[in-house]
Design a protein around this ligand. Sequence first.
Ligand SMILES: [Zn+2]
Length: 310
Amino acid sequence: MRIDHGGGGGSARTGQLFRDAPAARTIGLVAVVVAALLGSAYALGRSLVPDPPTRSSVTTSATGPHYADQPPADDAPRRTPQGTPDPSPAEAGQDGGTGPDAPPPSGPTDGPFGTQTTSGTALVALTFDDGPDPQYTPQVLALLREHQVRATFCVVGENAQRHPDLIRAIAADGHTLCNHSWNHDVTLGRRSPAAIRTDLLRTSDAIRAAVPDAPIAYYRQPGGAWTGQVVSVAQELGMTPLHWTVDPSDWAAPGAGRIAATVVAGVVPGSVVLLHDAGGDRQGTVDALHRILPELTSRFEVEALPDGVT
Ligand SMILES: [Zn+2]
């Protein structure tokens, strides 16, 4: 860091200033020290902030919501171009820190900003983000039912409001619920705690309008773009910040074969798998489940993340 030692030099243009030179030097020294401290704090702050999720040029379907845990939507005016998908679980975990003040969560908090990345037990958890979606969510529900698997759905508030019937169908099948923000704002974590709180509460209200008694035990930040304040607000609202272990990047529609292969190869006991049942063309994800579900259930116990009731 560059420190400018020029404090006060050459500025003694008047006799008054000249007579006060010792004081001026003291002020200059204080300024340098403060600048150094601020610089250190800035550097520390930066080291705690994971690289922002980048965005790729991949676009999703032209119809329906564009969001997924991926680059922000094209219609999000504040976004800049250039980006890549969510950080890989390994990268994300390494980038994060652990909030020293965080209340004890239900699972390991080795994700970004102390988020939970695994089920905390040997159970494998499938999570479906961005829905509900009238085209894909019913297909996912039917496959889960066929294989007697319960999962966790991280739903978007505006979609919950639009499709309360699907929220009820999710809950009726014994799946658990996770708040995924009102409209998938990947920059939500950089807003004020009050704004974050309003967004999360609005989302939970939309979910509860459909299923008044269903617990919403988890919050997942869109894009995995966690910040300390979004983690804190979620915890204050009684939700465990939930990251993931295995990410096949299904939002980028790499094809059912690749989605299934990544999941099947990557899952170990305790893995939380990130999948999407909305936000674009998700037929690849649905098709991948035809292989994922039998393979995982033959090797692991696959269960919804616990919400204290189920
Ligand atoms: Zn998402």
